[in-house]
Design a protein around this ligand. Structure first.
Ligand code: NAD
Length: 298
């Protein structure tokens, strides 16, 4: 298959390389020359423009920072041609960026109105998952389009879940990350409370990891050094999953909460806590570093 891979940043370049390694004809493009240069050095063919890459592709994959960038690339800005107008009719557009549910639905509607097929397919697993092709994909769109995309997604990831119709991949991503934010804060608060009560980190870990407090934020991303040697706490909270990205995802959760009117008080509190965290050095630290703020404030 001829694949245009647009957005060759931290995630996009390793994903494009993994796809190319399976024998597909992958042509990349990024608006940033540094990213194009890195792609060339990695042996990936690079097009002159996004529309050049898309005009001859069977599949167009986008991996951008924001929903605005996705919609602008689809429609074109200030009179320039967009991907939707240059792509062959029936091209499959797969957006892997993390964007708001309503933006994803808008992107689907625009693609459909132009006679194309489309999927939202955000990922979790971070840069390490992108490099090792172990990402998890959460996909929204029709059954047929999902089946067409599945082999490509499997070349870049380990778990591919069809979550339902257009936008529901993003919905799954935003809901999962809201659980993660709330549980990471709860685990960090429990460790600080335990410290003040004289409880050792190991004793609390041994109890909670085998009891009803068990969760990923405790058993994989343990916010104190020691009990889980691979957790970011053991390397001074180097990410991992950076506070800035958690803050971004909680902003998308906030949009979804506003859209639906759900009384998500814990989610909104987590959104506030991580907005403050990401306004300082926390932006570049793993989000489990929130424990330092909780400890300082105690
Ligand atoms: P990044 O900033 O490193 O890469 C995005 C790239 O898209 C940039 O190089 C930018 O120049 C390019 N771009 C923007 N508009 C473009 C256009 N019209 N045409 C071509 N290129 C364009 O970001 P990233 O870390 O690779 O993340 C990408 C997406 O994946 C984001 O939505 C992010 O939230 C999500 N995500 C990231 C991680 C992570 O750990 N980095 C994990 C899960 C999900």
């Amino acid at each position: 298959m001829r694949i245009a891979f647009l957005g060759l940043g931290h995630m996009g370049l390793p994903m494009a390389r993994n796809l190319a390694a399976t024998g597909h004809a992958v042509t990349g493009f990024d608006v940033f020359e540094g990213a194009r240069e890195a792609a060339r050095s990695a042996g990936l063919p690079v097009a002159e423009s996004a529309t050049d890459a898309a005009a001859t592709a069977d599949v167009v994959i986008t991996m951008f920072q924001s929903g605005r960038q996705v919609i602008d690339a689809y429609t074109g800005v200030e009179g320039s041609a967009g991907l939707l107008s240059v792509a062959q009719p029936g091209t499959l557009l797969i957006d892997c960026s993390t964007i708001a549910v309503d933006e994803a639905r808008e992107a689907h509607a625009l693609a459909e109105a132009s006679g194309h097929r489309s999927l939202d397919a955000p990922v979790s697993g971070g840069v390490v998952g992108a490099e090792n092709a172990t990402l998890a994909f959460m996909v929204g769109g029709t059954d047929d389009d999902f089946e067409a995309a599945r082999p490509l997604l499997e070349a870049m990831g380990r778990r591919v879940v069809h979550c339902g119709e257009a936008g529901l991949g993003q919905a799954a991503k935003v809901c999962n990350n809201m659980i993660l934010a709330v549980s990471q804060i709860a685990v960090a608060e429990a460790f600080v409370l335990g410290e003040r009560l004289g409880l050792s980190h190991q004793a609390l870990f041994d109890v909670a990891s085998n009891a009803s407090g068990q969760c990923w934020a405790l058993t994989t991303n343990c916010p104190v050094p020691g009990p889980v040697p691979t957790s970011p706490a053991n390397r001074d909270y180097q990410p991992g999953f950076a506070g800035a990205l958690m803050n971004k995802d909680l902003g998308l959760a906030e949009q979804a909460i506003a859209l639906t009117g759900v009384d998500a008080r814990m989610g909104m509190l987590a959104r506030e806590i991580y907005r403050d965290f990401a306004a300082g050095p926390g932006a570049g630290q793993d989000f489990s570093g929130i424990i330092k703020t909780i400890r300082e404030d105690a």
